[in-house]
Design a protein around this ligand. Structure first.
Ligand SMILES: Cc1cc2nc3c(=O)[nH]c(=O)nc-3n(C[C@H](O)[C@H](O)[C@H](O)COP(=O)(O)OP(=O)(O)OC[C@H]3O[C@@H](n4cnc5c(N)ncnc54)[C@H](O)[C@@H]3O)c2cc1C
Length: 396
């Protein structure tokens, strides 16, 4: 777990640090932040993604032939660290870059890789993920959206839900049932759908935070060319499992714990200045204990991430460890933002836009957003099932 950096690693870090210093807007993270308006925010993040690409910093882990740098795991860790240190925004095309690209690299045809990968890495085409349905979330293999072969096309009919960024996406990875008579895991295919195809309707869903990150997506007689089938007909389940393995990877958690530590530092600074009666919030012994608990938990998260990461360095496959990390960080962060609400006390309900909102309402927004942590990328119950079966060897 003690990583030593080679001279090349140090040069990589210096190059990135220099690039970030000249390419992030002046005052970034101090006086300049992401736009509050959701659409402006999305376009800002897309521009940032394109800027990263032009600088050679998007999709660094990808093979060179598709525009990446073939970055080593250590370089990926350095990248996550430096992006967090600079409080750099996350690009918009998270699903394209992290999920679609990795899936296509594993299972796509040469033609699919050549067609789609360059436009993902350049940020020209944004992707969304059409997996969940109203009755197929945790039980994803229950998808009912149907794709029926008609000549050189599949005709898709059905509904997807919680489709993040569908409103900004040019393409969608879609799980559709292509053999209703087969056992449920064996009748699903993995399709690439052009979001401009006639018959697609996107309806935004407003979340508890007030944002509309995700949507309901309806497919009515949507024609998808057969060359957009990934892998074999009815072989989509295995491919979807690759996609999901990259939703919970160690490199993701590594950057995340740094960002969380920054959030905690900000909360500690806020607690040290907020007056509670005749003392500051941080002097309240109960609050202090809760803040200390978050500090310890984030340190444990860091060590867990390093352990998973060092296993990856030794070539271990992605395993149930990712579930342990996801389960752990999601609850640690919910606890931390619960504590943030206690630190803010009567000011907690004030949102961005109210002059009296503490730190521009950032903790209130983070508290509301944190409710999703234990649901997406596999809910906590599902993570516990995975750990029980694959780590503890308990019966199903
Ligand atoms: C912010 C956010 C963004 C998302 N983005 C996308 C996206 O872009 N694309 C997409 O396809 N999906 C997306 N999702 C959907 C997400 O994958 C699902 O919400 C998740 O898989 C849970 O499914 P569900 O909501 O249908 O809940 P359900 O599966 O109905 O679960 C309801 C409850 O029952 C529990 N439960 C279910 N099955 C079991 C079991 N076997 N054992 C024990 N407990 C169980 C669950 O843990 C949960 O508490 C997103 C979700 C969120 C919150």
């Amino acid at each position: 777990m003690d990583f030593t950096y080679s001279p090349e690693d140090i040069a990589f870090r210096d190059e990135l640090r220099g690039w970030l210093a000249t390419n992030l807007p002046q005052g970034w993270g101090e006086t300049v932040f992401l736009p509050e308006d959701e659409d402006e925010n999305a376009m800002f993040r897309l521009d940032w993604e394109r800027k990263l690409y032009k600088g050679g910093w998007n999709g660094i882990a990808w093979p060179r032939e598709y525009g990446g740098r073939g970055a080593t795991l250590i370089e990926q860790a350095i990248f996550a660290e430096e992006m967090a240190r600079a409080k750099a925004p996350e690009g918009l095309n998270i699903i394209g870059r992290n999920l679609v690209a990795t899936t296509l690299l594993h299972h796509g045809s040469d033609a699919q890789k050549a067609r789609f990968l360059p436009k993902i890495i350049s940020g020209e085409e944004v992707w969304c993920q059409g997996f969940s349905e109203p009755n197929a979330g945790s039980d994803l293999a229950a998808v009912r959206c149907q794709a029926v072969r008609d000549g050189n096309h599949f005709v898709v009919n059905g509904q997807k839900i919680w489709t993040s960024f569908a409103q900004y996406s040019q393409w969608c990875i879609l799980l559709a049932r292509t053999d209703p008579s087969a056992p449920k895991h064996k009748g699903i295919s993995f399709l690439l759908v052009d979001m401009k195809t006639p018959g697609i309707t996107i309806r935004p869903l407003r979340q508890i935070s007030g944002e509309c990150e995700f949507n309901e997506t309806f497919f009515d007689d949507v024609r998808v060319p057969v060359e957009n089938l990934v892998g074999e007909l009815n072989g989509g389940w295995r491919i979807a499992m690759t996609t999901l393995a990259y939703e919970r990877g160690p490199e993701d958690a590594l950057g995340r714990q740094l960002v969380f530590r920054q959030e905690l530092d900000q909360l500690l600074a806020t607690a040290a200045k907020l007056q509670r009666g005749n003392q500051t919030a941080i002097e309240d012994s109960l609050l202090r204990q809760k803040l200390a608990k978050s500090l310890v938990a984030i340190e444990i998260m860091r060590l867990n991430c390093l352990r998973a990461f060092s296993k990856s360095l030794k070539g271990a496959p992605r395993g149930a460890e990712a579930s342990m990390n996801k389960l752990y960080w999601s609850h640690v962060m919910q606890d931390m933002f619960d504590t943030a609400m206690e630190v803010l006390g009567p000011l907690a309900p004030l949102t961005a836009g109210d002059a009296r909102a503490v730190d521009g309402g950032r903790f209130q927004l983070a508290f509301l957003r944190s409710k999703a942590f234990t649901i997406y990328s596999g809910s906590s119950e599902i993570q516990r099932n995975i750990i029980a079966e694959r780590v503890l060897g308990l019966p199903k």
